[in-house]
Design a protein around this ligand. Structure first.
Ligand code: B1M
Length: 211
């Protein structure tokens, strides 16, 4: 008999979005740690990415699985972001221009929020100037968090950091970057202040940067 997590993985893979929230809730009711549930769902996306690379699934399958995972994250969100406070200041987050991936960015936003920040989420495919505009308009923004999942959008991340680095407000903000193709070396090369590998370390780094 399959466990709830196995059933959850199967439903995400099949893109059965309506069934996913109930299974996430069931796993929680059975006492499974929410972080274990989250990691299990992330593992499903990794598996789908590998199958995509082997031409075993295509964009529509990736898309429906992503939608199903997002439904599951809605159930986990209140559990993972239980502080509700905004004592650490404001963070602007977004996926850079040309890039539509938002699951990782949403996770980073959730973790940063639960670390006590107010998060302004600009969404996906965000032009460089939009990040600059928000920082210019809101003096309470002290951190900009940029996500990129595609090697082809790494140049957009570079352009965004370059634009932010050229602004008068630059001394007031820190810039943090991340996403699967990003590395600490790339972050340094483009003039960002920090790189982190995952959502949990992004939240810890955010606190460190604005302390
Ligand atoms: Co796309 N896709 N995709 N995709 N997709 C990848 C990224 C890919 C690796 C798949 C593969 O080939 N194995 C590949 C990129 C290859 C490359 O560039 N090297 C790829 C491709 C090629 C594409 C298209 C070009 C496909 C096509 O059209 N031919 C296309 C591009 C569209 C575009 O953006 N312009 C495309 C489209 C899509 C969908 C729209 C169908 C869908 C996204 C839906 C959505 O996000 N709403 C999708 C999906 C789902 C994936 C995979 C399967 C899963 C991504 C995901 O959500 N992972 C992905 C394969 C994979 O990642 N294994 C793939 C789970 C998520 C929790 O992890 O986002 O890595 P991740 O986030 C992590 C860390 O990276 C980090 O923390 C997060 C959590 O711990 N992190 C940060 C992320 N941002 C951070 C910021 C930080 C710090 C850490 O600080 C600010």
């Amino acid at each position: 008999m399959s466990t709830t997590l196995e059933e959850l993985a199967a439903k995400i893979t099949a893109g059965r979005a309506k069934l996913v929230p109930g299974l996430v809730q069931k796993a929680m009711d059975e006492g499974v740690d929410p972080l274990v549930i989250l990691n299990s769902m992330v593992g499903v996306m990794d598996e789908i990415g590998e199958r995509f690379q082997r031409n075993e699934v295509f964009v529509p399958e990736m898309l429906i699985a992503a939608k199903a995972m997002k439904k599951g994250m809605e159930v986990l969100r209140p559990v993972l972001t239980d502080t509700g406070s905004a004592g650490c200041g404001k963070v602007v987050i977004g996926t850079v221009a040309g890039d539509l991936h938002d699951i990782g960015k949403n996770l980073v936003a959730m973790m940063i929020e639960s670390a006590g920040f107010e998060v302004i989420d600009l969404g996906v495919d965000v032009p460089a100037e939009r990040f600059a505009e928000i920082c210019r308009e809101d003096p309470e923004v002290h951190l900009v968090a940029l996500s990129s999942l595609l090697t082809t959008t790494m140049p957009a991340m570079k352009e965004t950091v370059a634009l932010l680095n050229a602004q008068d407000f630059r001394p007031r903000i820190k810039i943090m970057v991340g996403g699967a193709p990003i590395s600490a070396a790339f972050a340094e090369e483009i003039g960002a202040d920090a790189y982190t590998e995952d959502a949990a370390s992004a939240a810890a780094k955010a606190k460190e940067l604005v302390a």
